[in-house]
Design a protein around this ligand. Structure first.
Ligand code: ZN
Ligand code: ZN
Length: 190
């Protein structure tokens, strides 16, 4: 069986070209970094690259391809006045360096309402990906989900109503310090 290639494989082969992103360690599995069949030109540095980020990019510029290096060193964020995610006021941590690293040096993730990032223990959480009901059970996270209020605009009557609602995406984060999981419910609005 072929093992699925992760971003870690790229990073281990060439750490300079594929820097480690501590807030989002595997942007490949989450569809944020895409393996292209032929080289694409990074719109920031102009170099050719087959592993590229196609977004999300919060900027007025019309961007298609950015290489991992230009995300990590902050050059793309600076050049295109761009952020990669959104931090709600109450999730923002006081350490400006961490906020800078997350907003301008870390790949975001896809969601309906704009890549909301969660925090815990005075730091930003690690984004693990979108999660479905079965996986929540398999990974033994159901209790944790039940007991931790998920970050959302609305409240739902029951956990079942929430998890089987096809207008909701559930994103899971993990705290790099206490290891607890936090959940973001992303809702689809017409
Ligand atoms: Zn580049
Ligand atoms: Zn924590």
């Amino acid at each position: 069986m072929n093992k699925k290639i992760t971003y870690k494989d790229y990073h281990e082969k060439d750490p300079e070209r594929y820097p480690f992103f501590r807030y989002h360690p595997d942007p490949i599995s989450n569809g944020v970094f895409v393996e292209s069949d032929f080289p694409r030109v990074c719109q920031c540095c102009g170099k050719q690259e087959t592993l590229i980020c196609e977004g999300p990019f919060y900027t007025d510029e019309d961007l298609e391809f950015i290489c991992p290096g230009c995300i990590a060193d902050g050059s793309a964020a600076e050049k295109f006045d761009m952020e990669y995610c959104e931090i709600p006021g109450k999730e923002r941590v006081p350490d400006e360096e961490k906020t800078e690293e997350l907003l301008h040096h870390s790949p975001g993730y896809y969601s309906w309402n704009g890549g909301t990032w969660l925090s815990c223990c005075g730091d930003y959480c690690i984004y693990e990906g979108q999660i479905f009901y079965e996986e929540l059970m398999e990974r033994g996270l159901l209790e944790e989900f039940r007991n931790s209020p998920a970050w959302t605009e609305s409240a739902y009557e029951s956990i079942e109503e929430t998890l089987h609602n096809r207008w909701i995406q559930l994103h899971v984060f993990r705290c790099p310090h206490c290891g607890k999981h936090r959940f973001y419910l992303d809702e689809f609005y017409d």
